[in-house]
Design a protein around this ligand. Structure first.
Ligand SMILES: Cc1ncc(COP(=O)(O)O)c(C=O)c1O
Length: 394
């Protein structure tokens, strides 16, 4: 009785891992969690206070479908200043998280059989969200250093290409796309007249002084074809508040608003007020979060790189590392032989109580995704435990 559409969709592998770890913790086992894709920091105090204040003032009713004007104005100013691209408040719509905005965008542009090109490794949800809209995900490899391979994208463009979905900084690789490759992709999109869905939720987490470039800032032609996705979850440690947003041409926004009106009515009113405070208030908590992430990234990468059988590429952004663990293949301990990244993830969980996500969930077999959104003490402890588990294999 369940629809074929839903039967085609895989459950989220990262959500599965989170449930597995929660179960082990319930059994009293001390699992160190490097599988989680959310900042371990608390939502800054001034943001929580804004929501509290709004509740006391009775701001608890439906809001406009596309979100309150105050928030869309704040986002418009932010994009002008930080992303160097102008979107009017009515070219912006608020959704229940970036994920929901991506789904709304895909529903707005995809007909059955339309193709959406997705460079991989990529976030687990992209191909599934495309399938939900009856579109066809077309997976293309990134370069060996995980950056965007525009020539690989070009090879798979057809008449049915509706969009290319990019994510910079990238989950799970930490790659940050440079201006040149984005310019090349933009030229391709304009030439073949397809959309770019640009997921920029990790934009604040770029290390080593490199810039984050929003593809829509590159020209009017590409701005017209870009659906820019962003949100509050990662930048302001607000994952549970469920605020994302989408900026696009008026035509796309009109279609998205029709959908959102039928699917959502509006996003949580208090979260919208909290998001205004996040964007217009002090950015100091964000800056200290970035500094802390950079320290953890450097430490974790150093430790991983020294372990037998592991090689770990530098990650320029987001809060993930994606070490290659294929050097451990064929090694055994206590009857477990490491044959693939799934087995390796199991081994780490069993032998070291260290949780990570198998790279194959992100189309990166032979790798493991580690999130460093965990305290330095836990990272040190986790790396010690992992090293001991690896020493047993070698
Ligand atoms: C690349 C990417 N996009 C979007 C999201 C979802 O963000 P939100 O919490 O705003 O739905 C995530 C969350 O892990 C992500 O990694």
């Amino acid at each position: 009785m369940i629809s074929k559409r839903v039967q085609r969709i895989q459950p989220s592998k990262t959500v599965e891992m989170t449930s597995r770890v929660a179960e082990l913790q319930r059994q009293g086992r001390e699992v160190l969690r490097f599988n989680v894709g959310e900042p371990d920091f608390a939502t800054p105090e001034h943001i929580c206070l804004a929501a509290e204040e709004a509740m006391r003032q009775g701001f608890t009713k439906y809001t406009p479908v596309m979100g309150i004007l105050e928030l869309r104005e704040a986002i418009s100013r932010k994009m002008e200043e930080e992303n160097h691209v102008s979107y009017l408040p009515d070219e912006i719509t608020i959704g229940a998280g970036a994920k929901q905005c991506i789904l709304a965008a895909l529903l707005a542009i995809c007909d059955p059989g339309d193709e959406v090109i997705i460079p991989y490794p990529c976030w687990v949800s992209y191909p599934e969200l495309v399938k939900l809209t009856d579109g066809e995900p077309v997976m293309v490899p990134s370069k060996a250093d995980f950056t965007l391979d525009v020539s690989a994208v070009k090879e798979v463009v057809t008449k049915r290409t509706k969009a290319v979905m990019i994510n910079t900084p990238n989950n799970p690789t930490g790659a940050v796309y440079d201006r040149k490759s984005l310019e090349e992709l933009a030229a391709l999109a304009v030439e073949h007249d397809f959309y770019i869905i640009s997921d920029e939720v990790y934009e604040k987490f770029v290390y080593g002084g490199n810039p984050h470039v929003s593809i829509s800032s590159l020209s009017d032609g590409i701005k017209e074809r870009t659906i820019l996705i962003n949100g509050m979850s990662k930048s302001y440690a607000m994952t549970g508040w469920r605020i994302g947003y989408l900026a696009a041409s008026k035509e796309v926004i009109r279609a998205v608003n029709v959908l959102q009106g039928q699917m959502l009515s509006c996003v949580h009113s208090l979260s919208q007020k909290a998001a205004v405070a996040a964007l217009t208030g002090t950015q100091e908590p964000l800056q200290s979060m970035i500094r802390e992430f950079e320290k953890r990234r450097d430490y974790m990468r150093r430790r991983l790189s020294r372990m037998p059988g592991i090689s770990c590429r530098e990650s320029m952004g987001a809060f993930y590392l994606l070490p290659d663990i294929s050097g451990c293949y064929g090694k055994s301990y206590r009857g477990i032989t490491i044959e693939d990244d799934m087995r390796f993830t199991e081994y780490l969980l069993e032998e070291a109580m260290v949780a990570a996500v198998p790279g194959s969930a992100f189309f990166a077999p032979g790798h493991l995704r580690f999130s460093y959104s965990n305290s330095m003490e836990q990272i040190e402890e986790g790396m010690d435990r992992m090293e001991q588990a690896l020493n047993k294999l070698f």
